[in-house]
Design a protein around this ligand. Structure first.
Ligand code: ADP
Ligand code: MG
Length: 371
């Protein structure tokens, strides 16, 4: 089921409450968003950016001030939540504690009006099929308190899918769980999404979660959409500084530019094509290379202040007099060994790329030739 969100706007507060603006929160600027049938969309943004509000408006749990919501060709703007064919999963499991796992999953089906309700045999086989899908068929008779947090969220997923929703809405569903369980539940969601072909809108404030799960990510801040893009495009071609900074670690260098060279204390780096003046340039940790010697293009002395040699790459923290805050660098284990890096080691940084966002369009500058 495709979803079309058009000019949806929301301000919380009371009409006539106090003076202008007092007691009112503008939660959503007019929002436009088209979600394709079968897509898994991640809504990503810091706390308070309007994600939950948008999700609740799509669900019909909250009324927008203006704008419209379409599911396919159907205008559902004024349709009641129970008639929208939606499944929900929230952060707090919200399972019925006095009901077994089986009864929790069956709840939506057994609560249907008699005329449309499936027979108890049909309900039983549907529930068992859902429990098998989330690999909890052996836990049907247990109660929520007898399950781990991750298992409880799998029950929530099964329950949300019991009525074969066209649209699945998830609000930080894995937020309360630890990293390993979150990872596992992401795989579940992906897997179920592909198997059952519903359309999902998934709220998270975790960049990695959004980038890993989503077909496309919607980045929000202050009630606005900053960018809508595939994870890859978002990471490589951020529309603005907010998106760049929100999506990963960022290093900064600020200095005066003259004749295509940025100088900052005793550090300098050639930035071909840049005009004179004060500039702040940004780069990702993987865009920092390290060497024993400065090059003709870059003289950026740093010392290594922390080393985390865990995982596919080595993470380093770098400090220098010319830096306001430390830089992070990720380098290969091979480079780590070649340079014999230890804490306190003095090296020279070589940016492979630099980004600037003060121009009308973001600009990526490559101070190093691709050698
Ligand atoms: P997010 O889910 O991204 O954290 P929310 O949609 O919950 O953001 O909130 C967006 C803004 O609206 C915030 O400033 C929040 O304080 C405000 N807000 C949310 N719900 C209400 C409410 N029921 N009444 C008043 N203000 C609210
Ligand atoms: Mg929220």
């Amino acid at each position: 089921m495709s979803i079309r969100i058009s000019q949806i706007e929301k301000t919380y507060g009371y009409k006539g409450h106090g003076s202008k603006g007092h007691g009112r929160t503008r939660a959503l600027e007019p929002i436009d968003l088209d979600i394709h049938d079968g897509e898994l969309i991640g809504l990503l943004g810091p706390s308070g950016s309007g994600k939950t509000t948008l999700l609740r408006i799509v669900a019909g749990l909250e009324q927008a001030d203006s704008g419209s919501i379409h599911f396919g060709d159907r205008d559902v703007t004024r349709v009641h939540v129970r008639d929208r064919r939606i499944g929900f999963v929230f952060q707090h499991y919200a399972l019925f504690r006095h009901m077994s796992v089986f009864d929790n999953v069956a709840f939506g089906l057994t609560a249907m009006p008699r005329a449309t309700r499936p027979s108890s045999g049909e309900i039983r086989s549907r529930v068992m099929q859902l429990l098998e899908m989330v690999r909890l068929q052996d836990f049907a008779e247990r109660f929520p308190a007898q399950l781990s947090g991750g298992q409880q969220q799998r029950v929530s997923l099964a329950r949300a899918l019991a009525l074969k929703p066209d649209v699945l809405l998830l609000d930080e569903p894995f937020g309360a769980l630890d990293a390993k369980v979150r990872q596992e539940l992401r795989r579940w969601l992906r897997h179920l999404h592909e198997e059952l072909h519903f359309t999902s809108l998934f709220v998270t404030h975790d960049q990695e979660e959004a980038l890993e799960l989503s077909d496309r990510v919607v980045v929000m801040s202050n009630g606005r959409i900053e960018q809508i893009a595939t994870p890859d495009t978002l990471y490589r071609q951020p529309a603005n500084r907010f998106v760049f900074e929100f999506l990963g670690d960022v290093n900064r260098i600020e200095g005066d530019i003259e004749k295509e060279v940025l100088t900052c204390g005793n550090a300098r780096v050639a930035v071909p094509g840049i005009e004179n003046g004060r500039q702040e340039l940004l780069l990702r940790p993987h865009e920092v290379r390290l060497d024993e010697q400065p090059s003709t293009r870059a003289h950026l002395p740093v010392s290594v202040t922390a080393v985390v040699p865990v995982g596919a790459e080595v993470r380093l923290e770098l400090e220098a007099d010319w830096l306001g805050e430390p830089w992070l660098a990720t380098i290969s284990h091979a480079d780590f060994e070649r340079l014999a890096i230890t804490r306190g080691k003095r090296l020279f940084a070589q940016p492979s790329r630099l980004h600037r966002f003060d121009t009308s369009r973001p600009q990526t500058l490559a101070p190093l030739s691709a050698s």
